[in-house]
Design a binder for this molecule. Structure first.
Ligand SMILES: N[C@@H](CCC(=O)N[C@@H](CS)C(=O)NCC(=O)O)C(=O)O
Length: 223
């Protein structure tokens, strides 16, 4: 049975997984979860994902939630297909885990706040955005990206000169930032290394395929 991602296809927490499936050339399907109607809080959904969030994965009956856990599972299971995105060498793995932790603490929460307050709340949930929270998150992420600039001036990717899952997983939330009026990932003057890095990620055929997939799904505009 083809691997299934329960989500809405444009969700950053699922596009960050879909890009890995394209890197690994693994076929998958989306199963649409209507979060606007609260489908993710129904008993049937909660039986699969007890926190009532998107996404979760069904791999031939094996259920897994939490996007980072799903991402690691895919990179481990399909290690021999496409680029190896999860280093096994002790020190390379430690540097990968460091970069993974950096994404989870220094990038994702702030990027999510910017995207959520910047347009998702209003557009999808018809709620009033919290402008103060938006500005605060922008300020914090700008400062975090200054540190990214230092890291990326020393090597091409976050964990060294080889691309890993820790880089690619930035695409989900990162690609939505411009739409929220936050262009710091693309500022070639202020942060040339960050801009180079993010452009490399966005230019990968796997990401283009994700964008095409989202575009063709139920007429949604793209990530
Ligand atoms: N840590 C989780 C976060 C999942 C998450 O926050 N999903 C959001 C959508 S982007 C959601 O389902 N929000 C609805 C809710 O929490 O009720 C992951 O990475 O999968």
């Amino acid at each position: 049975m083809v691997l299934k991602l329960y989500s809405f296809p444009k969700s950053p927490n699922v596009t960050r997984i879909a890009v890995l499936l394209h890197e690994k050339k693994v076929p998958y399907d989306f199963v649409l979860v209507n979060t606007v109607e609260g489908e993710h809080k129904t008993p049937a959904y909660l039986a699969k994902h007890p926190f009532g969030q998107i996404p979760y994965m069904d791999d031939d009956g094996f259920i897994l939630y939490e996007s980072w856990a799903i991402a690691r599972y895919i990179c481990e299971k399909y290690r021999d297909q496409g680029p190896d995105l999860l280093p096994t060498d002790l020190q390379k793995r430690a540097l990968f885990e460091q970069a993974a932790s950096v994404e989870q603490t220094n990038f994702q929460p702030h990027a999510q706040a910017i995207v959520h307050e910047g347009f998702v709340k209003e557009l999808v949930y018809k709620q009033e955005p919290n402008k103060a929270r938006l500005e605060e998150a922008k300020k914090i992420l700008e400062a975090k990206l200054d540190v990214y600039e230092i890291i990326l001036s020393k090597h091409k990717y976050l964990a060294g000169d080889e691309i890993t899952l820790a880089d690619l997983i930035h695409l989900g939330w990162g690609a939505h930032l411009s739409r929220a009026g936050f262009n710091a990932l693309k500022d070639t003057v202020k942060r040339p290394n960050v801009a180079w890095w993010f452009n490399e990620l966005e230019s990968r055929p796997s990401w283009q395929a994700v964008k095409d997939g989202v575009r063709s799904y139920a007429g949604q505009d793209s990530v």
